[in-house]
Design a protein around this ligand. Structure first.
Ligand code: GDD
Ligand code: MN
Length: 382
């Protein structure tokens, strides 16, 4: 049985599969290991490349996921597909320095650790030729993740580490599995302090293919942190929705200030500004909060109108409720805040059910999956 499973998530890395296996063979001499590529059905045929290699090398395996995306969940599922006592997670694009893996494994065993992290910020480690902006982004991420993690990790953004299977089993059911940043998830999901050490390495440049890092990665990271911090009490999606709403309130105040200056009447200004802000909120929610159910074309227009009507109903309810509560002796700020909260829950509820129709979409997806599974059987019967 292999002692070490090396899990490499891939998306469009066909050209990197062979080179990665070559360098791993060299780095891991004397260690009994297997390599599991977890590929999200990439169009460049990465999975086929792995399959053809594994015909001859049984220690190389593929886990091909269909209709799925996500680096963090890919790493976890690859780890769960093996029974090795130690699991290494490494990028397939050769940017992580595989030569420190034996050092990491040795540390893990001698010091009886849960986790050994390949870090760009300790010892000989460095960001390599990262642009100044990526370095800044990375330190901002580090600062943010400090809020969710109880451990002080020098490189929480790292996707390069070895984890002990028992520790993984301990935390895997509490993980959020959202997005890119698996290490933060792993450590923040732990009930107890994690026993870890870090080993420095220099982040290499990518030779083949391109990075999948984009704005979505940032949004998913924020969602992950919110989930870890508040997920037990409120759905993360509602928090995102409320965040968008708060941005809308700020925008509203700015527009009102601008409109009142030229002497527009308060009511006119309020109507103009509210219309703009509702449109702004709709766009932002479509881009961020409900991005997995993003609306386009005619659906966009139809849902926009529903959203408008719902927001106006929400607004009227909000004002009436606040007035009612205040008339019945509640402090004005409590009445106002409570009514605002009720209004936002109302808007969220309508948005989820009638505007972006999240549950209907899920049902449709599930139905499609079932028919697809049934098709080959029917074909056989005919
Ligand atoms: N299965 C799967 N699904 N794999 C994915 C997906 C996905 O949706 N997205 C990316 N990958 C794979 C890539 O193919 C690559 O092997 C690895 O995950 C890292 O993706 P890159 O797109 O190369 O990430 P990066 O170089 O920008 O980010 C790296 O830097 C971070 C440190 O700031 C990664 O190493 C991260 O793991 C690391 O945390
Ligand atoms: Mn990369």
């Amino acid at each position: 049985m292999p002692e070490l499973a090396v899990v490499a998530p891939t998306y469009n890395e066909a050209e990197n599969v062979r080179p990665l296996l070559d360098v791993l063979e060299v780095a891991l001499v004397g260690i009994d290991f297997e390599v599991i590529f977890v590929d999200d059905d990439s169009p460049d045929g990465t999975a086929d490349v792995v399959r053809s290699i594994s015909q001859r090398s049984p220690h190389v395996r593929i886990l091909q996921r269909i209709n799925r995306r996500g680096l963090a969940s890919a790493a976890v599922e690859g780890a769960m597909a093996s029974s090795a006592p130690y699991v290494a997670v490494i990028d397939a694009d050769l940017q992580h320095d595989e030569r420190i893996l034996p050092v990491m494994l040795a540390r893990m065993k001698t010091n009886n650790l849960d986790l050994v992290i390949g870090s760009r910020n300790v010892g000989d480690g460095s960001m390599g030729e990262f642009s100044a902006n990526r370095v800044r982004l990375s330190s901002f991420g580090r600062w943010l993740s400090g809020i969710a993690c109880k451990a002080s990790i020098s490189d929480p953004m790292s996707g390069f580490f070895i984890v002990r299977r028992e520790y993984l089993e301990e935390v895997v059911r509490s993980m959020s599995n959202r997005g890119f940043k698996i290490l933060v998830d792993l450590v923040a999901s732990s009930e107890r302090p994690v026993r870890f050490e870090e080993v420095g390495y220099t982040f290499r440049n990518r030779i083949h293919g391109e990075s999948k890092l984009d704005i979505t990665v940032g949004i998913e990271f924020i969602e992950l942190l919110l989930d870890k911090k508040f997920g037990r009490f409120v759905p993360v999606n509602y928090l995102m929705f409320a965040g968008v709403g708060s941005a809308g309130v700020l925008l509203h105040l700015a527009i009102m200030t601008a409109l009142l200056r030229p002497g527009l009447s308060f009511a006119t200004a309020q109507v103009i500004s509210s219309s703009i802000v509702i449109a702004f909120n709709f766009m932002l929610n479509n881009l961020v909060t409900f991005r997995s159910a993003r609306l386009r074309g005619i659906q966009f227009v139809r849902s926009f109108l529903i959203f408008y009507v719902a927001c106006i109903i929400g607004l009227v309810t909000n004002v009436e409720l606040a007035r009612f509560l205040q008339a019945n002796g509640l402090q004005w700020y409590l009445a106002s805040a409570f009514a605002l909260f009720v209004g936002s829950v109302w808007n969220y509820w309508i948005s989820e059910i009638f505007v972006w129709r999240v549950s209907q979409r899920r049902k449709r997806l599930r139905a499609r999956e079932v028919t697809r599974r049934a098709e080959p059987i029917e074909a056989e019967l005919n």
